[in-house]
Design a protein around this ligand. Sequence first.
Ligand SMILES: CC(C)(COP(=O)(O)OP(=O)(O)OC[C@H]1O[C@@H](n2cnc3c(N)ncnc32)[C@H](O)[C@@H]1OP(=O)(O)O)[C@@H](O)C(=O)NCCC(=O)NCCS
Length: 145
Amino acid sequence: MIICKWQQTDNLQVSQLEKECFSDCWSLEMIVSAYNNPNFLGYVAKVEDLVIGYIAVNYCLDEAEINLIAVSENYRRKNVATMLIDTMINELKTLSVEKIFLEVRRSNKGAQALYEKLGFTYIGVRSKYYQGVEDALLMCKVIKE
Ligand SMILES: CC(C)(COP(=O)(O)OP(=O)(O)OC[C@H]1O[C@@H](n2cnc3c(N)ncnc32)[C@H](O)[C@@H]1OP(=O)(O)O)[C@@H](O)C(=O)NCCC(=O)NCCS
């Protein structure tokens, strides 16, 4: 497994994996549009040429937000997401980003366990943020050394 910079040619595979991982997935058009944003930064995890995980952030000045993160079901609990986040944090530090934010569904206990393990803390709640039904928990990690 290797972690590499997310290239334009990865967009299609990412969107296929996104469909497998989320009921309210981003479409290919949304992914392409995010990729084309100058403040986009992304990494993919690959086994041979197959994308098995991805992370994308949008960053501005000293803050970044994780917009996309998922790992293919067959490759979970093997530290792939941890490696993607660590790689991203290392690059964000070189860009003088100091804080990373994310939103996670209240019901998504697995992702919350991952973020807690990596030092993210809860900073707020967006009530009924998802489809007007489920809360989003806001988390943050300070990465400034
Ligand atoms: C959440 C997700 C990205 C985690 O990816 P992953 O590669 O399996 O995570 P890691 O292997 O790096 O996990 C590291 C640690 O986080 C915690 N963790 C991760 N997934 C967990 C789960 N489902 N339940 C409990 N703890 C979990 C564990 O402490 C784990 O360490 P361990 O395996 O030694 O116990 C993956 O489950 C996924 O893609 N889920 C569907 C999409 C999604 O929910 N994305 C997040 C949106 S906010």
